[in-house]
Each structure stands twice: as structure tokens, then as C-alpha cells.
Design a protein around this ligand. Structure first.
Ligand code: ADE
Length: 226
């Protein structure tokens, strides 16, 4: 079973949206598991401090290496070979290929950053792999962790019905998906392209591929260069 262990200062964020819809049903059906660990349980002193001022000066606070390491060491054994992902805008961008790889494995341990960052030494010492979900900055790694988990969980065998688990999806072929239409045939004077109503499946497939190519060229030329 795909097991997700999430290390966070905000365990109440979870399961959040992951408890609903496709991933929530799959969670209830036991197709994957989600455990949260509060990093603050290993905080120091009366205030359970988890962060401190950055060495060298500067704004913000940094999560302490000793505190995060203690939390990880309590819950992750040496035999646990799941990738340890640190959600961070500094990370390697998440791709559908990496999601597929993660989804086919035993699961993931995810560390959610907050504050300005995490002491570099715990990243090295505990083999954390920094992962970004895009070139923008969130206030913490929790939402990024949910994005990553949602993307993985839908690929776990049995989570999606055969019909929904389409291979035509955006990115599965490095092309964006073609436009979709359904009833009514006329929406505010806009009609469905004739070819889709022609019943000619070869012609429809060709049209969809052309649409995919044109859309990708216009919006994501970087994908075509690959
Ligand atoms: N934490 C803050 N911003 C992030 C991002 N873009 N990706 C992953 N984790 C983050």
C-alpha cells in the first residue's frame, strides 16, 4: 500500500482536501494511508521552539536541524526506503514523470517547510530531496504536499476507474489536452465543431491531435522542444 507520512507544524491541515472526492474515497477504501507527525512535538523548551534566527543574520526564522532530525528519527526507520521529500520553492520542479515514479513505489515521507527555510545540515544528514510544485512561493509546504499527494494518489491502481484513467491527459504525451464539448449542441450561439458530430473516429482523432499540437505551441512551446 502507498503510505504517506507528513511532517508538519500544522497537522490539522490534513487530510483537508485529500479527505474528499477521489483521494478521500481511496483513503477510506484503504488504497493508501496518510499519517501526520507534528514537528513541534520535538520542539525545545517551554515554548516548544522549532526555529531560530538565521546564522549570518537576515530576516525570518530557520527550522532547527536538531528538532527536525529528532522528529524524522522517531518516525522513519533505516529500513524505510521511501523517498524523503522536502517541499520547497528551491526544489527540483515536480513533473508527471516523477509523480508516476513516486506513485508506483511504497509511498513518500514529506517534510513541510515553514518560515524562511530549513537548516541545510538536516537536509544533507537525512537525505532530503527538495521538491518544488512551481515557480511561485507559498507560505508553507503543506499545500504543496497536498498537490504532490493528490497527483500520486490518483495514479494508484484501483483509485481511478478504467474510463477516467485516460492516456490522452495533458503531459502524459508532452502535449496539452484538446478541447472538450458536451450537450447542449448550441450554447449561447456557440456550436460544437462539426467534426465531433461526424461519427468519423479517424477524423476526430486527427482533429484532436491537431488541436493538442496548436494549443501546446501557443501555450507551452517548451513542451514541444523536448
Ligand atoms: N513551499 C513554498 N513554496 C513552495 C513551492 N513553490 N513548492 C513547494 N513547496 C513550497
Amino acid at each position: 500500500m502507498f503510505r504517506a507520512s507528513v511532517f508538519t507544524l500544522y497537522p490539522d491541515f490534513f487530510p483537508g482536501p485529500l479527505g474528499q472526492s477521489l483521494s478521500g474515497d481511496a483513503l477510506q477504501r484503504g488504497l493508501w494511508s496518510l499519517t501526520t507527525h507534528n514537528i513541534r512535538d520535538h520542539g525545545l523548551g517551554r515554548h516548544k521552539a522549532v526555529d531560530d534566527t538565521p546564522a549570518g543574520g537576515g530576516v525570518g526564522m530557520v527550522i532547527r536541524a536538531d528538532v527536525l532530525a529528532a522528529s524524522l528519527d522517531e518516525h522513519l526507520t533505516a529500513q524505510d526506503k521511501r523517498p524523503r521529500l522536502l517541499m520547497s520553492p528551491r526544489g527540483k520542479p515536480l513533473t508527471q514523470a516523477r509523480v508516476r515514479e513516486l506513485a508506483s513505489g511504497e509511498g513518500v515521507a514529506i517534510i513541510c517547510g515553514r518560515f524562511e527555510g530549513v537548516d541545510e545540515r538536516v537536509i544533507e544528514a537525512r537525505g532530503l530531496e527538495e521538491v518544488s510544485i512551481g515557480d511561485y512561493v507559498l507560505s508553507g509546504g503543506e499545500l504543496a504536499a497536498m498537490v504532490l499527494l493528490d497527483a500520486c494518489v490518483r495514479l494508484i491502481p484501483g483509485v481511478m476507474g478504467k474510463l477516467e484513467s485516460g492516456h490522452d491527459e495533458s503531459f502524459e504525451s508532452d502535449l496539452l489536452e484538446y478541447p472538450h464539448y458536451t450537450r447542449p449542441r448550441d450554447f449561447e450561439g456557440r456550436t460544437i465543431p462539426d467534426v465531433l458530430l461526424s461519427g468519423d473516429h479517424a477524423k476526430i482523432a486527427k482533429w484532436r491531435h491537431e488541436q493538442s499540437l496548436a494549443l501546446t505551441k501557443a501555450r507551452r512551446p517548451d513542451l514541444l522542444k523536448k
